[in-house]
Design a protein around this ligand. Structure first.
Ligand code: PEP
Ligand code: MN
Length: 355
């Protein structure tokens, strides 16, 4: 299905990159919302975010203030002039937001993953003209992401955007949610006129990752950023470790380098960024392989085994050589790569055994 889109056309928001949406993960108290909103507005933020209903991984956490918080959002709008946005996950959320005059809605990652829920939201939005931003599903499934956009578009909403917030993984080493940049890049290729926002807060999960992720998103040609900002991040009721103060946010945005290269160099830059992302993944996978090798080293030491098990080494070379050939790579090249990897693995195991 072809999407029928119109520009987001957000009143009072400059057209240039990045369009910034900022505010706390959750609306907690009227005071926290108003203090954060005032600081952000004073520093130039035009669009405020705050979660009113919070999907939490485990029960027992703060699940959002609910309808009561919508009145605070209304106050933010009246007193600061910012547009206000929040997450909707059910038809009831939609009705409450429309009643309260919320300007922009977004659909959360867990909701995007559920077509029943997205359809329920789409049905509740029929005949309404409001910008809707659709976060990627928690799982790395581009079709599911596009499917959710199609459902909302099918209800007649044309002012749509996407939010890239990374993808769940079992191995949470650097990122809370893996960026897998190739997925939003492919979304851009498939639907070029769809504005894409990056959510560095939920990708990184740590405040020190917010700035580099914002820069990466800008270098990849994203249109906007949605960043969690709280007047007192350490005491936030949800996502404390990834929120930044309005002052820090201002600093991060000030330092951003926005490259608006011409078409030809822009696509070259995009390809280079894809190469960087591939290299990044290669390093991460290699590091993971070495960790496993060290664990094997410990096992061999405990069981008095030799490091080099020739049968196993030959099996790896044969198997990967054949696999590489199937992917169009020379067998000599694959052999060299795996010899180098094997050499380093042996070196790492030697370190464990000689400890
Ligand atoms: C959020 O933006 O606060 C949120 C819950 O995000 P996500 O749906 O990406 O987890
Ligand atoms: Mn959050």
């Amino acid at each position: 299905m072809e999407l029928e889109l119109q520009p987001l056309a957000l009143p009072g928001v400059p057209q240039e990159r990045p369009i910034v949406i900022a505010g706390p993960c959750s609306a907690e108290t009227e005071e926290q919302v108003m203090t954060t909103a005032q600081s952000l507005a004073n520093r130039g933020t035009k669009i405020f975010r705050a979660g009113i209903w919070k999907p939490r991984t485990k029960p027992g956490g703060f699940e959002g203030i609910g309808v009561e918080g919508l009145a605070w959002m209304k106050r933010v709008k009246e007193e600061t002039g910012m547009l206000v946005s929040t997450e909707v996950a059910t038809a009831k959320h939609v009705y409450e937001c429309l009643k309260a005059g919320i300007d922009i809605l977004w659909i959360g990652a867990r909701t995007t993953a559920n077509p029943f829920a997205v359809q329920e939201i789409a049905d509740a939005l029929k005949g309404v003209d409001i910008p809707v931003l659709v976060k990627n599903p928690v799982n790395p499934d581009l079709e599911l992401w596009i499917g959710a956009l199609e459902r909302i578009n099918g209800a007649g909403l044309k002012r749509l955007g996407a939010i890239h917030r990374g993808f769940s993984s079992y191995d949470k080493k650097i990122y809370r949610n893996l960026p897998q940049w190739h997925i939003p890049i492919e979304l851009r290729r498939r639907i070029p006129e769809l504005p894409i926002f990056c959510d560095p807060s939920h990708i990184g999960g740590k405040r020190e990752l917010v700035a580099p992720l914002c820069q990466q998103a800008m270098d990849l040609g994203f249109d906007g950023l949605i960043i969690e900002s709280h007047c007192s991040p350490d005491s936030a009721w949800s996502d404390a470790s990834q929120q930044v103060t309005p002052d820090v946010l201002n600093y991060i945005l000030d330092l951003l380098v926005i490259r608006e290269g011409k078409q030809s160099t822009e696509s070259l830059g995009e390809l280079r960024n894809q190469i960087d992302e591939c290299d990044n993944q290669i390093i991460e996978v290699l590091a993971k392989r070495m960790r496993v090798c060290r664990e094997i080293g410990t096992f061999k030491k405990e069981h008095d085994m030799t490091i080099l098990q020739t049968g196993r080494y030959n099996e790896i070379l044969d198997k990967r050589g054949a696999q590489g050939a199937l992917c169009g790579m020379g067998s000599e090249f694959i052999k060299k790569v795996f010899e180098a990897i094997h050499e380093e693995s042996v070196r790492q195991q030697m370190e464990i055994i000689n400890k």
